[in-house]
Design a protein around this ligand. Structure first.
Ligand SMILES: [Zn+2]
Length: 310
């Protein structure tokens, strides 16, 4: 795709803000030039139907074209999109901003600035200032899983490293998140509300209790973006499984039964096959595999007991 004389550079370019999403930057230009955001995008890329499409996937040619018209480096344009985020992490990118940082919330040139991290289902802290993120336009209520804060931060970092830098340990952290949100039929309870239980509840027992009143807030493995009040539980679960190694997945399976267990076993089989090659995982396996689950969790959480909710 070559640029031609009709694709003139914009006479004035607004500086992008740190972590700003491409569509936000284009929308600010649209306001400046008194046109619509889509018209501004299509001035560069006539074939693109939506700003969301530009945020998610841009080819190298498309990046170069936008960079040319806005007189900016292609790497800067690319870095404003989700283009480099691997498929495994993409199901944790929301379709709209879910959270924001009260310290970093701001506008530029009279227009609101939307950040990439506002869409990330694994974030609980602001990547710019480290502050706690809050649900956009909603109430977060009391923190339910404060006792897991340290592990949750570790899980956040693991998921972020996978999404932003392609770094995995013995298994993809976002795959663990998917596994942990699978339904679980508890072996211990004769009567149960099946939709209220997830695999994650084995690792974070507080979750089972919370879910009795918050079932509607549980997302599915296909769309694992939790509300901010529940997110630390999932992040902590990811960190605990990552550190424990493959044996933890087998232990989780032992807490399930019937069809439910068969589905889970089948889901972890592929993951375990892939992890056999990893030297790091076998070392972790030796360290963690001989301890009971409760002691692994306690060790992971440090000396701090889980905070009660209510
Ligand atoms: Zn911030």
């Amino acid at each position: 795709m070559k640029t031609n004389v009709y694709e003139r550079r914009l006479p004035i370019r607004l500086a992008p803000c740190a972590d700003e999403l491409l569509s936000s930057w284009i929308a600010r230009h649209a306001a400046f030039y008194a046109t619509s955001p889509l018209a501004m995008l299509q001035h560069c890329l006539p074939d693109l139907r939506s700003l969301r499409a530009a945020d998610l996937n841009l080819t190298e040619d498309q990046v170069v074209r936008i960079a040319h018209i806005f007189s900016i480096e292609p790497d800067t344009v690319r870095g404003m999109t989700f283009s480099d985020i691997p498929q495994s992490s993409r199901r944790m990118i929301a379709s709209e901003p879910r959270q924001s940082c009260s310290s970093c919330r701001r506008a530029a040139d009279g227009m609101p600035v939307i950040l990439r991290s506002q869409f990330f289902g694994w974030r609980i802290t602001c990547p710019l200032c480290g502050g706690t993120l809050r649900t956009t336009g909603g109430r977060d209520g009391p923190a339910l899983f404060g006792g897991y804060h340290h592990a949750a931060l570790m899980g956040e970092e693991m998921l972020d490293n996978e999404a932003e830098h392609g770094i995995q340990n013995w298994v993809s952290p976002s795959e663990i998140a998917r596994l942990l949100l699978m339904r679980r039929v508890p072996t211990s309870l004769p009567a149960y509300e099946p939709s209220g239980y997830r695999v994650l509840g084995v690792i974070i027992p507080d979750l089972d209790e919370v879910m009795q009143t918050e079932v509607s807030k549980l997302p599915s493995p296909a769309s694992p973006i939790l509300p901010m009040c529940l997110r630390p539980a999932l992040l902590a679960g990811v960190a605990i499984v990552q550190h424990a190694g493959p044996e933890m997945l087998r232990m989780l399976s032992g807490h399930m039964m019937g069809e439910n267990k068969a589905r889970f076993d089948s889901a972890i089989e592929d993951i375990l096959d892939c992890s056999h090659q990893s030297l790091g995982s076998s070392q972790l396996h030796l360290i963690w595999g001989s301890r009971p689950l409760e002691s692994q969790i306690k060790c992971q959480m440090g000396k701090q007991p889980p905070q009660s909710h209510g």
